[in-house]
Design a protein around this ligand. Structure first.
Ligand code: ADE
Length: 242
């Protein structure tokens, strides 16, 4: 997968050199390119923002550098990327969206700062590539860079070969719409606290049932909205007893 990130702070993307994403890049599974938006400015101050039309606080990112940046992106490869524009006004990111994006060959992120990007940039881009405005959640960040990092991490770990053990994808939170059960490792007793006895029993069916029950209880406690959203056939007879 190719991933381009356009930003006024390319240094913000440094974590993409590290850990499993860094390894996936070295192994040729990912081609990640960070671009400084200011290379598409033409004034001495390399200006990327201006006051909002209609008044109000803050600054808005000017359309001209963004237009040129996206033109350059289209000229740099085959076809068009799927463009993601992080914004608190976007569609809320989820594991389902991560899975959808993991199937794309080319993603690009337009990271806005200040009060966001002139909306005409998004309209103009949408005539040439699929565009999704995407929000991490109901809070406001300084800009789209941290959102891009988050989305890249959630998406790329779903690409075959990026994660060492793909089984862990099946058992984790949100894969089946529920939160995952708590995890334990050795020692069996630590500071007077035992690992739940069933996990030391070697009895696979009992362990699976315990994990499922814990998963349901945790979801009911922390995220009851997830249970409300699950289809009725997501639960079996034993689940209903929990
Ligand atoms: N930019 C600023 N706030 C954001 C959020 N909540 N999600 C995505 N991008 C953002």
């Amino acid at each position: 997968m190719r991933i381009d990130v356009i930003t006024v702070f390319p240094e913000y993307l440094a974590p993409l050199e590290l850990s499993l994403i860094g390894r996936a890049r070295e192994r040729g599974l990912l081609d990640v390119r960070a671009h400084d938006l200011r290379q598409w400015t033409h004034d001495v101050h390399r200006t990327v923002d201006d006051a909002p039309c209609g008044g109000g606080a803050g600054m808005v990112m000017r359309p001209e550098p963004w237009g040129e940046a996206l033109d350059a992106l289209l000229d740099s490869g085959e076809g068009a990327p799927r463009l993601l524009v992080p914004s608190p006004a976007g569609r809320v990111f989820s594991q389902d969206m991560a899975a959808e994006l993991a199937a794309e060959p080319w993603l690009a992120f337009a990271c806005g700062r200040y009060e966001g990007i002139d909306q005409r940039v998004i309209e103009d881009a949408a005539e040439r590539m699929p565009v999704t405005e995407v929000s991490l959640g109901d809070y406001v960040l300084f800009g789209g860079e941290v959102a891009a990092l988050t989305i890249v991490e959630a998406v790329t770990r779903l690409i075959p070969g990026v994660l060492g053990n793909r089984d862990s994808l099946l058992e984790e939170s949100h894969n089946d719409g529920l939160l995952e059960a708590p995890s334990y490792t050795r020692p069996a007793n630590w500071r007077g606290r035992d690992v739940p006895e069933v996990l030391m029993s070697g009895h696979h069916a009992r362990i699976a049932r315990w994990r499922r029950d814990q998963s349901l209880l945790r979801t009911a406690q922390s995220r009851p909205d997830l249970l409300d959203r699950a289809p009725a056939d997501a639960f079996d007879r034993k689940d209903r007893a929990v």
